[in-house]
Write a protein that binds this ligand. Structure first.
Ligand code: 3PG
Length: 307
């Protein structure tokens, strides 16, 4: 019986595990769980005899792959797969996949939860501001970006998007104004919501030279990855621009510096929690299990992300 290991430092909601187990039981696979582990050693031991692995942001390094002697497939239950060593997977002939779109709505809703919280001065009782009528720029119009745009329209915001990989016509059809350059997006929008992946092209690409283009009362919302931000230059900019707010679901490395210096102008969730809803966990976890079973049964490689 092939073994599917679910290894999550940040566990799925119990309803999601229940549904994954129903699938693996029905299809004749063994399900094994490693939750809230704290060392790579624990993951290496648990994965040693697994044929398939489901993870969230857990780091699947070359060492983990080396220890996984029977592994055929690893699925990142979520969108961003910057935590998987794709080269190590490819070198061992292991298929790596993600589950795009499955947790996107949860992430988009959190972006708005944080935006409202900050617009209302962290609910301290003083008069805040509204989102209605404000400009919002979506930086990368993928699965999360689309949900953010949809919700923003409900709030009555004026929505713009920049994505060189999505035809302008498609963006327009959703009632969103496409812009041609990233600079134009930041120049135009008081709020910018980031949805770019973390890769060699994007790491540290969000820096002061871009952010300083934003109009007065600028708010940067990051539910993507902290690695895309040039944190040093952002901190310098926030010293100069006392109207600039930074909101993130992924706290910067220098979180205490930001909180000390800009306490009223920054907010970070205690733990990355964009995808922390029962619905998102069920969607992503079940999709991962189904993708693995389809791969074993038919060789289907839809959603493969490595070569
Ligand atoms: C993703 O890339 O899917 C999100 O960032 C969610 O990540 P998580 O599963 O680690 O919460």
């Amino acid at each position: 019986m092939e073994k599917i290991l679910v290894a999550t430092q940040k566990p799925f909601a119990s309803e999601a595990i229940k549904k994954i187990k129903e699938i693996t039981d029905r299809e004749g696979y063994e399900l094994s769980l490693l939750e809230k582990y704290s060392t790579a050693e624990e993951l290496k031991t648990a994965v040693a005899d697994a044929e398939a692995l489901i993870v969230r942001s857990d780091k699947v390094t070359a060492e983990v792959i080396e220890a996984a002697k029977n592994l055929k497939i690893v699925v990142r239950a979520g969108a961003g797969y910057d935590n998987l060593d794709l080269d190590a997977c490819s070198a061992k002939g292991i298929v790596a996949m993600n589950t795009p779109g499955q947790n996107s709505n949860a992430v988009a809703e959190l972006a708005f939860g944080m935006m409202v919280y900050m617009a209302r001065n962290k609910f301290n009782g003083t008069a805040g501001t509204e989102l209605r009528g404000k400009t919002l720029g979506i930086h990368a119009y993928g699965n999360v970006g689309k949900y953010v745009a949809q919700i923003a329209r409900g709030f009555g915001m004026e929505v713009f998007a920049f994505d060189p990989f999505v035809p302008a016509e498609k963006i327009k059809n959703d009632g969103i104004t496409p812009v041609k350059t990233v600079e134009e997006l930041y120049q135009t929008c008081q709020y910018v919501s980031l949805h770019i992946p973390a890769n060699e092209q994007t790491k540290k690409s969000i820096k002061a030279s871009l952010l300083e283009l934003m109009p007065s009362g600028a708010v940067l919302v990051n539910t993507a990855r902290k690695e895309v931000i040039d944190e040093e230059s952002l901190a310098l900019l926030m010293e100069k621009r006392t109207d600039f707010t930074y909101i993130s679901d992924i706290a910067p490395d220098n979180k205490s510096l930001f909180e000390e210096k800009f306490s009223d102008r920054c907010f970070f969730t205690p733990k990355k929690m964009g995808a922390q809803t029962a619905e998102a966990n069920i969607n992503a976890g079940v999709a991962a299990a189904n993708q693995i079973i389809k791969f074993f049964k038919t060789g289907d490689e839809t959603y493969r992300v490595n070569k």
